[in-house]
Design a protein around this ligand. Structure first.
Ligand code: ATP
Length: 288
C-alpha cells in the first residue's frame, strides 16, 4: 500500500468540567466528548525521500514540525524506524482554533493511516498511548464516538452512542487560544459545575431532550466575557428552535442541538444572513 485517504472528524463537548489544576500545570477535567460529521480530508502518500512534506488548502497553517500531522508522522518514523518519507495533502474543513480538536483529530487520523500504510498492525490502544504524546485529545480522536474523558482528557470510557440528532455549528471570526482560556480560568472561582454524571445517565436513557437540558461548559465563564458574540449566537440558536446551544471546548464555536433538520436549516439561514458567525454548518452526531 502506497497511499491512503482519511477522514479526520471533529468533536464537540456535551459537557466540560474542570476539577482542579495539577502540580504539573495541567488541568484535571471531566468531559463528555462526541464525534460529529464534519471532517478534514487527509491523503498520505509514501515517497522515497526521507522527508515530511505537507500541503494544505489553508495558507496560514504551519506545514513544518508545528503541524500536528508532522508530529504524528515523525513520532511513528522514530518509534518504528520507518523507511522513506510521507507527502501529505490536507484539505481542512474543520474550523481552526475553534474548540473542535481540529489539529488533534488530524494527528489521530495520521497515526491510524501510518499504521495501515506500513502494515504495523498496532492495536488501537497502542495508537492511543502514542497519541497522548502529541496532545491530550488525540487518544479520544482515535477512539471516536461518545466518551467520558477524564485525567487531562486521556483517560477514556466509551459510552453508549448519543441518539442521532441534527447539530448546527457556528464559528464567529475569532481565534481562541486554549492555553489562554485555561490560564484565565485559574484566576476564577468555578461556582457552577455541569452535571457530567447526569449527562451520562441521559445518554444511557437515549433521551436527547435530557442530554441537551444538562449540557454545560465551565470554560464559557472565561471565553464569553471576552467575546460576547458567543452568547449572541447561543441566544439566536435558542430563539430559532434549538433544544439547547453551548460553546464547544474553549470556544469560540457554538453548537446547537435541533429537533429536526428543517429547524436547523432555518436557523442556519438566519445566522448566515446575520453574519456574526463566518462558518455555519449543519452536521450530525457520528458514531462508529
Ligand atoms: P482543541 O479543541 O483541541 O482546543 P482547537 O480546535 O482549539 O483544538 P486547532 O484547530 O487544533 O484548535 O488549532 C490550534 C492551532 O494548532 C492552530 O492555530 C494551528 O496553528 C495549530 N495546528 C497545528 N497543526 C494543525 C492542524 N493539522 N490543523 C489545524 N491546526 C493545526
Amino acid at each position: 500500500m502506497n497511499s491512503i485517504r482519511l477522514k479526520a472528524r471533529a468533536k464537540i463537548n456535551l459537557g466540560l468540567d474542570v476539577l482542579r489544576k495539577r502540580e504539573d500545570g495541567y488541568h484535571e477535567v471531566r468531559m463528555i466528548m462526541q464525534t460529529i460529521g464534519i471532517y478534514d480530508r487527509i491523503i498520505l502518500d509514501k515517497i522515497p525521500e526521507e522527508d515530511i512534506r505537507i500541503k494544505t488548502n489553508l495558507g496560514f497553517l504551519p506545514v513544518n514540525e508545528n503541524n500536528l500531522i508532522y508530529k504524528a508522522i515523525k513520532l511513528m518514523k522514530d518509534e518504528y524506524n520507518l523507511p522513506g518519507g510521507i507527502e501529505v495533502d490536507l484539505n481542512k474543513f474543520i474550523p481552526v482554533a475553534a474548540g473542535m480538536a481540529g489539529g488533534s483529530t488530524d494527528a489521530a487520523s495520521t497515526l491510524f493511516g501510518i499504521n495501515k500504510l506500513f502494515n504495523l498492525k498496532l492495536p488501537m490502544e497502542k495508537l492511543m498511548e502514542l497519541g497522548v504524546n502529541i496532545g491530550a485529545d488525540v487518544p479520544y480522536c482515535i477512539m471516536r464516538g461518545t466518551a467520558l474523558a477524564e485525567g487531562i482528557g486521556e483517560k477514556l470510557t466509551k459510552l453508549s452512542p448519543m441518539p442521532h440528532c441534527h447539530i448546527l455549528i457556528a464559528k464567529p471570526p475569532i481565534n481562541v487560544s486554549t492555553k489562554m482560556v485555561y490560564e484565565n480560568l485559574d484566576s476564577k472561582e468555578i461556582t457552577k459545575h455541569p452535571d457530567i454524571d447526569g449527562i451520562i445517565d441521559a445518554i444511557n436513557e437515549g433521551d436527547i431532550n435530557k442530554i441537551a437540558a444538562r449540557m454545560g461548559n465551565v470554560l464559557e465563564d472565561v471565553t464569553i466575557p471576552l467575546y460576547p458574540v458567543i452568547n449572541t449566537i447561543k441566544q439566536d440558536m435558542l430563539n430559532h428552535g434549538a433544544i439547547n446551544a453551548m460553546m464547544s471546548g474553549s470556544g469560540p464555536t457554538v453548537f446547537g442541538i435541533f429537533p429536526d433538520e428543517q429547524t436547523a436549516l432555518d436557523c442556519q439561514h438566519f445566522l448566515k444572513e446575520k453574519k456574526d458567525a463566518r462558518q455555519v454548518y449543519i452536521t450530525e452526531s457520528f458514531n462508529c
